[in-house]
Design a protein around this ligand. Structure first.
Ligand code: GUN
Ligand code: ZN
Length: 467
């Protein structure tokens, strides 16, 4: 039996020190709930000291450099015209849909049948799964995303390929086998509820807490599981929740989906109630979308401390429902919220670009989201939604050193536009609104620079970096 962890303890073992110097922004609390000025740290010229993949200290460079005689220009990476943030957290994404992102659209249920299910049927082929996993990780790391809560698909091969690639970068990633035993093509369907539960638990035993990997119990959504399968999935989740196993599914994404759930499960009061009845609503449950919510459902998610993944580009692309972040954050019963790209429903892999869409979705509901709020959602908020906020999502002593370095001059026009900004959050808002896929300069995973936009070999596995 693995140890019972509420978070992942860190014990630097006295390895070599390294440093990162530059302008830092990081979050320590939820600006939707408390005064937003008290929720972040901004240090104009900071030094982040790292040892064995863990942050030892983040402070003003000049005030601490003398305490670290082992640090000098040979082992401090210096960034100018940049802002250093915690690595982004993608709370909901389907790596297996990378080959079909940008498929000409329809509403959710038609889109699933036409594009998604045929694509996902290909992952019994391990070589195909390996290729897609490799491409997917490069997309995430290029964008500065260091943790993602990911859908694989039915087959063990899709889970193995994903975690194997994650191990090569030493990323903290979450996935698991998807449960789906009805209402989809035979090529993708589980053979039986019992067989799917056995397979999921054996993958859990193989991967959970292996290095930085975290296993998730993943029923696709209520319409593609029999009641028996939801029950068995709930039992596995409950058996392993205290070891840090996650439950991940879709909830209330679209009008057609919600109506279908009502038809299939008439005995329950709400969509959330279906999951709750089968033991799937608990503190490590992550509900993607949560657009068309009833008040009682928010109450349930609040009481259980679940996380919601706000996936704005996907919601706009499929055009079937929108998340209301201010409703989710109602001070009477706030819910944990992070951001998801939901590729392939989402139209890019970038979390800052999701913030651009989240802003517009919120404006349609006549309420803005400041850059303080949105970059919180992209980092610490995501960690809270995944119950990993003591481990990742902030640049702070004891946290894992997963870091993104955004370029404040990613293009000629953005560079020019920046001269008309005042604060660091003005600059971040301009970046999220105007910058494209090239805004991230470098990505550090557990202290190692696995992506560097300016290096000849942009992506490097940890084994190559250790040579
Ligand atoms: N609901 C059930 N499956 C899916 C999926 O693959 N993508 C999205 N966006 N919603 C879903
Ligand atoms: Zn999804």
């Amino acid at each position: 039996m693995k140890e019972n962890r509420d978070y992942f303890p860190v014990n630097p073992t006295g390895g070599k020190l390294t440093g990162i110097r530059g302008e830092v922004v990081t979050f320590i609390a939820d600006p939707f709930l408390v005064n937003s000025e008290s929720c972040y740290r901004h240090i104009e010229d900071a030094l982040i000291v790292i040892q064995d993949g863990i942050i030892l200290e983040v402070e003003d460079y000049k005030s601490i450099i003398s305490e670290y005689p082992a640090l000098d220009e040979s082992n401090i990476d210096v960034y100018k015209d940049s802002v250093i943030l915690p690595g982004f957290i993608d709370c909901h994404v389907h790596y297996v849909q990378s080959p079909m992102i940008g498929s000409f659209g329809d509403t959710l249920l038609q889109w699933l049948n036409e594009y998604t299910f045929p694509t996902e049927s290909k992952y019994k082929d391990k070589a195909f799964a390996d290729e897609v996993a490799k491409v997917f990780f490069r997309q995430l790391l290029r964008q500065g995303t260091t943790t993602a809560n990911v859908f694989s698909t039915t087959f063990a091969t899709s889970v193995d390929a994903f975690f194997e690639e994650s191990e090569r970068y030493n990323t903290r990633m979450i996935t698991g086998k998807v449960f789906q035993d009805r209402n989809l093509p035979d090529s993708l369907k589980d053979e039986s509820a019992e067989e799917s539960a056995e397979l999921s638990e054996s993958l859990l035993n193989k991967w959970h807490n292996k290095g930085r990997q975290i296993y998730a119990v993943i029923p696709r959504f209520a319409p593609t599981s029999t009641e028996l399968q939801l029950k068995l999935a709930g039992e596995i989740y409950q058996r392993h929740i205290d070891e840090g196993v996650v439950m991940h599914t879709h909830l209330n994404e679209s009008i057609g989906e919600k109506a279908w759930v009502n038809e299939l499960y008439p005995q329950f009061d709400s969509y959330t109630d279906v999951y709750k009845n089968f033991g799937l609503i608990d503190k490590r449950s992550v509900l993607a979308h949560s657009c068309l919510m009833e008040e009682s459902e928010w109450q349930t998610l609040h009481m259980a401390q679940c996380g919601c993944a706000h996936c704005p580009s996907s919601n706009l692309f499929l055009g079937d429902g929108e998340f209301s972040v201010w409703e989710a954050k109602d001070a009477q019963r706030p819910v944990r919220v992070g951001i998801g790209t939901d590729v392939g429903g989402g139209t890019n892999f970038s979390i800052p670009r999701q913030l651009n869409e989240a802003y517009k979705v919120s404006m349609l509901k006549r309420k803005n989201i400041s850059a303080i709020h949105s970059f919180y959602l992209a980092t610490y908020g995501g960690a809270e939604a995944l119950h990993l906020e003591k481990t990742i999502g902030s640049l702070k002593a004891g946290y894992e050193a997963d870091i993104a370095v955004l370029n404040l001059k990613p293009s000629e026009f953005v560079e020019w536009r920046m001269q008309f900004t005042d604060s660091i959050f003005d600059k971040l808002f301009v970046l999220q609104t105007l910058a494209l896929d090239n805004m991230n300069r470098a990505t550090y995973v557990a202290g190692k620079k696995v992506y560097d936009q300016s290096r000849e070999q942009e992506f490097m596995y940890v084994s190559e970096l250790n040579k």
